[in-house]
Ligand binder design. Structure first.
Ligand SMILES: C[S@@+](CC[C@H](N)C(=O)[O-])C[C@H]1O[C@@H](n2cnc3c(N)ncnc32)[C@H](O)[C@@H]1O
Length: 199
């Protein structure tokens, strides 16, 4: 009986966390977006530095959340462009507000959608990233295969995870290799880790 109650309690906590951060929705999602924007900037900057983004790169961010990563990317990319896909309407709204100017100039385009079915042609992007997102995709392998498809040959991917993301680094390189990526390597910091790879 006690085990059952503990199990129910964990289910409720999981569901609240999912609404707040996993696929932000409603009032909790709105709050989650504000928290993410305030707390993840340094880590996001660290992952983007590892990607070595260039001014003429075409960059894709999956699961951009409140759009802080998009904002950081827009400070470097000037001749290329930045596309984002996120499976939360609330996050698309917050990220569009945060990046309104860059959207207006055509540098940035943010869409609601899922990593498993990206609305882009094959071989489009030079760089791709996802931060604290892959662990909540319903099919991580399908997502990685789809990112591989839309990336150009020689393009670089970065998957970043903070220490409390719940994602283990074990097996990630193998997943990327199975999706077709090469040269996978893991970089760690006190805040989390990032796996990099090349198409
Ligand atoms: C924990 S938040 C991280 C947001 C942001 N990258 C950050 O670090 O602050 C996870 C994000 O992944 C998005 N997401 C979840 N499942 C997704 C999917 N299947 N396709 C695209 N985005 C997804 C969520 O909507 C959410 O914005």
């Amino acid at each position: 009986m006690q085990n059952n109650q503990q199990h129910q309690h964990l289910n409720i906590v999981d569901s609240l966390l999912m609404q707040m951060f996993g696929r932000p929705k409603g009032i909790l999602g709105r709050l989650g977006g504000f928290i993410l924007a305030r707390t993840k900037r340094d880590f996001t900057q660290w992952v983007i530095n590892l990607l070595e983004v260039q001014p003429d790169d075409k960059v894709l961010e999956v699961g951009f959340g409140p759009g802080v990563g998009i904002e950081i990317l827009a400070a470097t990319v000037s001749r290329g462009y930045i596309a984002g896909v996120d499976y939360s309407k609330e996050m698309v709204k917050q990220a569009r507000v945060r990046n309104a100017k860059a959207i207006e100039t055509g540098l940035v385009a943010l869409q609601y959608g899922s990593v498993e079915k990206l609305p882009f042609a094959d071989d489009t992007f030079d760089k791709a990233l996802a931060i604290n997102s892959m662990q909540v995709w319903s099919d991580a392998m399908a997502g990685l295969l789809e990112i591989w498809r839309v990336m150009d040959v020689g393009g670089k991917i970065a998957l970043g995870f903070t220490s409390h993301s719940g994602q283990s680094s074990t097996g990630l390189s193998e997943m990327l290799t199975a999706a077709g990526f090469t040269e996978t390597h893991l970089v760690e910091t006190d805040q989390g880790f990032c796996v990099l790879a090349t198409k």
